[in-house]
Design a binder for this molecule. Structure first.
Ligand code: LCS
Length: 394
């Protein structure tokens, strides 16, 4: 299935599936921690890398490998490494690419803990950190130092949906021999493929759209170049934050419907963003498919659909937001995103509470901002469900 003549739907259904000795049409759950050697010679050869095979699930497992191959194929990357969570993937990426004395540039509009892990753990290890607005390419250029090794962007960014130009930033990175990593969680490979625009690494929280059913925590690092695989795999073995076979199976199963789920997420979000824009109780709406979105042209260049995430601000700020969130129907008040069910949440006190207030405000995460993860229910029910909440705001 690693053939570009196939469409994304076919790739979603078939990618990664291994020929199984039983003839199983899906890769089964190899729920085993360890694998038997034929004899001592065999075990020694596997450990020396003289023969390929399975040793121990932290190192390699067929069910996890099948999911990794599927994601690498969908992203157009060479290899992928499954991780225990999106944060484990981010940790693996930073640990594998940064050393004391290196400098990283990171978007200010990212999932809160991505900033926190840089400012706490990696700063403590001697990594220099610049958190900037990467939607402005000139700010990326001026943040460059002679020790810059990695630029990390999330686009669209969580939760404000600010968009960074992957191609322009990848050109800056390659001009100084630095690497570009893109958190593609909000888009999935169906709507955006950062390698096509020059990225070196893609990460995902698999917890979100790729699994899509709100029943798994997982993450992945996807590598553009096969040559970096052994280094990353060794780091993954040492850090130990690997996904387990059952969760990998569920993610792989979720991927089979990713293309049709993303289509429905996009259709529903488009309708809901229009409803919100026409709502007199709403001040502004951020949706990448909106012609008034500040980076709409960049969105059109690098995305093939505008996704299922919406951010908006209500007249009456947080107090109005609380009334809305406590009274909606169909929508559930919960963090996370990308599942079939629609969720509503308040970033300033929830997903981005760990980000210092002045940085939050700089990243346009105002106290009145409400974030929607639009699911695949019927759009009319979702609009009526929001309307139930809006009626409580006077
Ligand atoms: N990257 C993005 C863009 C995310 O939104 C998240 C989690 C992560 C990475 C981390 O992934 P995890 O470790 O949770 O699998 N975002 C969340 C959110 O917006 N609400 O709850 C979690």
């Amino acid at each position: 299935m690693n053939d570009d003549s196939y469409g994304m739907g076919t790739k979603c259904v078939h990618s990664g599936i291994k020929d199984d000795p039983t003839g199983a049409v899906v890769t089964p759950i190899y729920q085993t921690s360890t694998f038997k050697f034929r004899d001592t010679e065999h075990g020694a050869r596997l450990f020396k890398g003289e023969e390929q095979g399975y040793i121990y699930t932290r190192m390699r497992n067929p069910t996890i490998e099948a999911m990794e191959d599927a994601i690498a194929n969908l992203e157009g990357g060479a290899k992928a490494i499954g991780c225990a969570s999106g944060m484990a993937a981010i940790n693996l990426l930073f640990s594998s690419t940064l050393t004391a004395g290196d400098h990283i540039i990171c978007s200010e509009a990212v999932y809160g803990p991505t900033i926190s892990i840089l400012q706490t753990l990696f700063a403590k290890y001697g990594v220099e950190v610049s958190i900037i607005d990467t939607s402005d390419v000139s700010l990326v250029k001026s943040a460059i130092r002679n020790n810059t090794k990695l630029i990390f962007i999330e686009t669209p960014g969580n939760p404000s949906l600010i968009i960074s130009d992957i191609q322009a930033i990848s050109e800056i990175a390659s001009s100084i021999n630095a690497k570009l990593a893109v958190d593609n969680t909000f888009m999935s490979p169906i709507l955006q493929q950062p390698f096509k625009f020059g990225a070196d690494y893609v990460i995902h929280s698999l917890t979100k759209f790729l699994n899509g059913h709100a029943d798994v925590i997982g993450g992945v690092v996807v590598l553009k170049k096969e040559s970096e695989y052994i280094h990353f795999r060794k780091m993954s073995n040492l850090i130990g934050g690997v996904i387990d076979p059952f969760n990998a199976f569920l993610v792989h199963r979720g991927i089979k419907t990713l293309h049709i789920r993303m289509q429905r997420h996009c259709e529903n979000a488009e309708k809901i963003s229009t409803y919100l824009k026409n709502n007199p109780k709403v001040i502004w709406v951020h949706y990448p498919g909106d012609k008034n979105h500040p980076q709409y042209e960049i969105a059109r260049k690098q995305m093939t659909g505008f996704g299922g995430m919406i951010a908006f601000e209500l007249k009456g700020g947080l107090e109005a937001g609380k009334k809305l969130m406590d009274n909606v129907k169909v929508w559930q008040l919960a963090v996370s995103l990308g599942g079939v069910e629609s969720l509503i949440q308040h970033p300033a006190t929830m997903t981005h509470a760990s980000v210092p207030k002045e940085l939050r405000e700089k990243a346009k995460i105002t106290d009145g901002l409400v974030r929607l993860s639009v699911g695949i229910e019927d759009a009319d029910d979702l609009i009526n469900g929001l309307e139930s909440g809006f009626r409580h705001i006077t």
